[in-house]
Design a protein around this ligand. Structure first.
Ligand code: KG4
Ligand code: ZN
Length: 334
């Protein structure tokens, strides 16, 4: 049968991205315009500023994706775009660009859930095997999802407060580290020879939910106590203790879920899946359990449009089509 080429567009948060993917598995081009410099200036994502960046970048990024692929719009089969969740103003810029491109070129449009995209990033590396368990850990998400087949997502656990990446970014700020804090804490933690003992939020015995706000408060209290006595904290010791607490809980709940659901494959996705401590811990535990475990390379863990094109291709093949009156869905359910 004929090859399927899908243009993916992603603008849900702070990356303006476009990518062309062949048959949902092969990256032909993958362009990401990051706003990281402006966020470092403001210490995080400011929605209005993010939207302005998307407006400035979106057309250029789509043109670049076509140019790198050496393709014309007529070579494409569909346009896939992140429909939600995310910042509504940011989502709308991608959606409107996708609609205009699809309309001008007579292509169908497909709305993709951002988390489905993170999960399908793995399809760009190896085929999915079902049942599959996905751990999604990013700046906005901490979720455990079971998939029985393509397009079917069962949410079995999620954070009750902060997302894992959010906790990383907040603790980094407490330690005076620049944004985004995840990679900084990861680096300090790996270098540290000591780790401060912080609590682990296991919640109810059978729960796959997560909670990170208590851990964040524990770090803040620890720092206040030391400083009140006239001392100062050693950032690497705090980073190591914080990371160990996060990694322990994520690893234990993921392996318990993998066994309970009898999955054939476990994947990690999202920006925090780039964490070296987490990768090492998950790799070791799944090697022990004899369950194949995969994490995409870092460039496909963080937000990108290839993952949206990959997820969109699976939907396209199933015959799903979006409508031209598609709207941004900030609280979209998986
Ligand atoms: O998936 P992503 O690029 O954007 C969202 O959809 O949120 O994830 C960004 C998050 C940030 O919170 C960042 O601090 C975190 O991923 N992150 C990390 C690492 N690299 C990025 N967290 C821990 N360790 C890392 N190495
Ligand atoms: Zn993301």
């Amino acid at each position: 049968s004929k090859d399927v080429y899908v243009l993916g567009i992603e603008t849900s948060c702070d990356e303006t991205a476009a990518s062309i993917v062949k048959n949902g598995r092969e990256i032909v081009s993958n362009v990401v315009a990051s706003q990281i410099q402006s966020q470092q200036r403001f210490g995080g994502v400011v929605p209005e500023i993010a939207s302005r960046h998307h407006v400035e970048q979106i057309t250029l990024v789509i043109e670049e994706a076509l140019k790198v692929a050496k393709m014309m719009p007529a070579d494409l089969d569909a346009v896939a775009v992140t429909e939600g969740p995310g910042l509504v103003g940011a989502l709308l810029i991608g959606i409107n660009a996708a609609k205009a491109f699809a309309f001008a070129n007579g292509l169908p449009i497909i709305g993709v859930h951002h988390i489905a995209g993170h999960i399908y990033a793995n399809q760009l590396m190896q085929p999915m095997e079902f049942p599959l368990l996905a751990l999604i850990v990013s700046g906005g998400h901490t979720e455990l999802v079971v998939m029985e087949k393509h397009g079917s997502f069962k949410l079995i656990g999620e954070t009750r407060d902060d997302a894992a990446g959010e906790a990383y970014d907040k603790v980094a700020r407490v330690l005076g580290l620049p944004y985004p804090g995840g990679p900084q804490i990861d680096k300090l933690a790996l270098e540290s020879e000591e780790a401060i003992e912080f609590p682990r939020a296991w919640l109810e015995a059978d729960s796959y939910d997560f909670s990170f706000s208590g851990l964040k408060s524990a770090v803040i209290n620890y720092k206040h106590n030391i400083e009140q006595k006239g001392g100062s904290v050693i950032p690497s010791h705090v980073a190591a203790g914080f990371q160990q607490s996060v990694v322990d809980v994520l690893t234990a709940k993921t392996v318990r879920a993998a066994k309970e659901y009898g999955v054939k494959q476990v994947i990690a996705a999202g920006g925090v899946a780039a964490n070296k401590g987490l990768r090492t811990s998950l790799e070791a535990i799944f090697k022990d359990a004899g369950i194949p475990f995969y994490v995409p390379p870092i460039s496909l863990c963080t937000d990108n449009a290839a993952m949206i094109a990959a997820a969109g291709t699976a939907m396209f093949i199933e015959g799903k089509r979006g409508a031209m009156d598609m709207n941004g869905k900030p609280g979209m359910q998986l």
